[in-house]
Design a protein around this ligand. Structure first.
Ligand code: CU
Length: 259
């Protein structure tokens, strides 16, 4: 009997190790809809897992700005309300959030966040050309001290260098993918699927038109910017047999078909 108990204890220890130990990151959900974000006012610092869900009927993005000392959501709202298209103020730093997510899509991102005040901002336009941000899609939140969470265990790794994406064979289903930037510059990991016969140029035209008409792609957001030498972790349900496209602001791109 003792031996069985010992074996069970070993199995549990192995299982915990496989899950990244007892220090898995805090999980919070950030919903985007017309025209608001729904999320907690405070999250853990260090590695945090955010589930991004577009629960609305239009595409939404989750651009992330870190605010300087003493700045709050109201300061971001005042800046956006001015709407002069000028450079962002020095106290607002773009730290790369999640790019456009199509309605009904959901992904998770685990990343490191330093303590301080932040804001999600949606710069996508309505069909009338108004920024969603001006209609309410600005949400300030506070990141606390580093809670010491450990990175999740990734099922596979997508690496970007300054010249290309390296994407291993990927299987369908819910999984965790490490998004690793081995380059010397920041790089994005924008994931999408194109509609039949559509190209990246059609996506550019669609954005330039203010997202008018039938979308040429389904957008899975992912991350706008991973700093050099760092990793983010993507939780996603990949569909077998589907061709996906990974984009970095149009400079780097790679298609891959899920097994
Ligand atoms: Cu939006």
């Amino acid at each position: 009997v003792k031996k069985v108990v010992a074996l069970a204890a070993t199995a549990i220890a192995a299982l915990l190790a496989a899950c990244g130990g007892g220090d898995s990151p805090e999980e919070v959900t950030v919903k985007g809809l017309e025209y608001a974000y729904e999320m907690p006012a405070k999250v853990d610092g260090g590695l945090t897992t955010m589930t991004f869900a577009n629960t609305g009927g239009l595409p939404h993005e989750f651009s992330l700005g870190k605010l300087g000392a003493g700045k709050t959501e109201k300061d971001v709202k005042d800046f956006v309300a001015k709407g002069d298209g000028g450079e962002p103020p020095s106290w607002l730093t773009d730290v790369g959030g999640v790019s456009g997510l199509s309605p009904g899509t959901e992904i998770g991102i685990t990343r490191n966040l330093a303590p301080g005040n932040y804001a999600f901002i949606c710069f996508l336009p309505t069909s009338k050309g108004e920024l969603h941000a001006k209609l309410g899609m600005i949400k300030g939140f506070t990141v606390g001290e580093d809670a010491g969470a450990k990175p999740p265990k990734a099922d596979s790794t997508i690496t970007v260098t300054d010249g290309a994406y390296e994407i291993p064979p990927l299987k369908g289903g819910q999984q965790t993918i490490e998004l690793k930037n081995s380059g010397k510059k920041p790089h994005g990991f924008n994931l999408l699927t194109l509609e039949a016969g559509k190209t990246v140029d059609d996506i550019d035209s669609w954005f330039e038109s203010g997202l008018k008409g039938k979308p040429p792609a389904t957008l899975y957001g992912t991350v706008q910017q991973v700093p050099p030498g760092e990793s983010n972790y993507l939780d996603i349900d990949l569909k077998s047999g589907v061709e996906y496209l990974m984009l970095d602001e149009g400079n780097l791109q790679k298609t891959f078909t899920v097994e």
